[in-house]
Design a protein. Sequence first.
Length: 161
Amino acid sequence: MKQRYDYLLELVTARKCRLGCEIGLWYGRTFFHLLDHVPGLVLFGVDIWAPCNASHDTDQAANRRDVYFRAATRSDARIIEAESTQAANVFLPSSLDFVFIDADHAEESVRADIAAWRRKVRPGGLICGDDYDIPGVRAAVNSLIPAAAIEGGFFWWKEVG
């Protein structure tokens, strides 16, 4: 089964993206996978590593430490430790080739992320995310990006017009 980073890697590579942002890093798995496989990519990662109710991992402090440690040796990795919609203010409109949203999965949070980040993507760039199979994500995407493509039942994306 394809993973989220497989779909994202295909899209980013095909469109020759060079500047992107991932919203919600958690372990950094997707973030570092992209950096390892897309030469010339500079990637911003946004997270606050807040404690959460996920049963598979509750040690966000360890996740944060690991991501910072791995990013410290790379010139292509930029970490922004801030709430997602506040971090969006750092970027100019149409300045990014893509934004990958995978942070808080509550409908209102996904709506806020899409609203804040969509205008930061250049025309022809990508807004995309993970976990479309979660009701809050699905509702927000269907409402704000009704023509989004859905891959594997969980990965969503749309080219910004």
